[in-house]
Write a protein that binds this ligand. Sequence first.
Ligand SMILES: N=CN[C@@H](CCC(=O)O)C(=O)O
Ligand SMILES: [Zn+2]
Length: 414
Amino acid sequence: MSALFITNIGSLVGLHPQETLMLRGNQMQGLPTLENAWVLCEDGKISDFGKMDQLPVDLPNTAFTHDAKGGFVFPSWCDSHTHIVFAASREEEFVMKIDGKSYEDIAAAGGGILNSARKLQLASEEQLYNSAAIRLTDMIKQGTGAVEIKSGYGLTTDSELKMLRVIRKLKDNFQIPVKASFLAAHAYPPEYKNNHEGYIKLIIDEMLPKIADEGLADYMDAFCEQGFFSVDDTDRLLQAGAKYGLKPKIHANQLSVSGGVQVGVKHQAISVDHLEATDDAVIESLKSGDTIATLLPSCSFYINIPFANARGLINANIPVAVATDYNPGSTPSGNMNLVVSLACIKLRMRPEEAINAATINGAAAMELSREVGSIAKGKKANLFITRPMSSLAFLPYSFGQSQIDTIVLNGKIS
Ligand SMILES: N=CN[C@@H](CCC(=O)O)C(=O)O
Ligand SMILES: [Zn+2]
């Protein structure tokens, strides 16, 4: 039996009870902590925790002790929206943006998603795996302990399958939970520019059965947006995914109020993501049901689009998560620490709300909150230990600088 005993913890953060699977509205302000604490991890799980003046009586004599020296212990970040399988960076578009071109201008000029698709189609599964594995390793070093990864730069049956097989290999080889979303409906390939029906049929009749056959995806995604997939397209795609047991997690309202949120809610989406454009009807539609609003502030920051109305959503008692959206175009960063800082600075979320959005609610947005996202007995011991900090708020306050000192995965210092 392997055991890790972490002592002298300045603050053990995120002690939500095991039965708490998601927080909505005002609940998001509650982030239970224990000061001057210890936590015991056994066989990869959190087995106990307490205060330093009451040490455990039955500490296994094989336990390895790690002195946190006043550092804080957090549950690992749960990054529920990424596109980390891609063939090449797109810094030429970064320069176009500096020169004043918009995300839509770049896409219309053959850049954006289609640019990534052209490059990915030429890359081997091995090349894609190797580069994605480096990105995921970097994300883990920055505190991420569970992740969702999307396809969507393939846009042909072979290349979408290739991407999803890469994600499966990441699942097999990495120590953290990985969920896969099928996003062939990311952009219309050029050959279907004037035949949208043909591409929708290709996704429904050819791609979905093959993906289901190999069990390659957990979720169905679509980019419901003007110039991309319409509400009707999305409706049909989500219905088709459901036949194969794929629940929706969709891109909605990134560039405009598209109707994407409402169609997601109609299909009981696990999450609707982006929401940079929101109106009262969007907020109203999310009040019923458990669909999570996943906000991506580093995307808004990077491509200079409005930030989502987090306060409006939280005040309406809607569960909010935050994630990186790591991808080569709109957000080439997988740093959840930056996301949490931006959630505070730009989404005006309090530190407790931002941390909950990046942990327990991020886990919920991947249906993983029974496993990760808080410090609770029986949960996976995926944690990070910070340097000593003066308070919880110091973490998002010190934006752009990592406070993380040690990563623990499955109860082992990694
Ligand atoms: N908006 C759609 N998809 C990605 C961007 C993809 C890209 O630009 O390559 C996003 O979530 O931001
Ligand atoms: Zn995305």
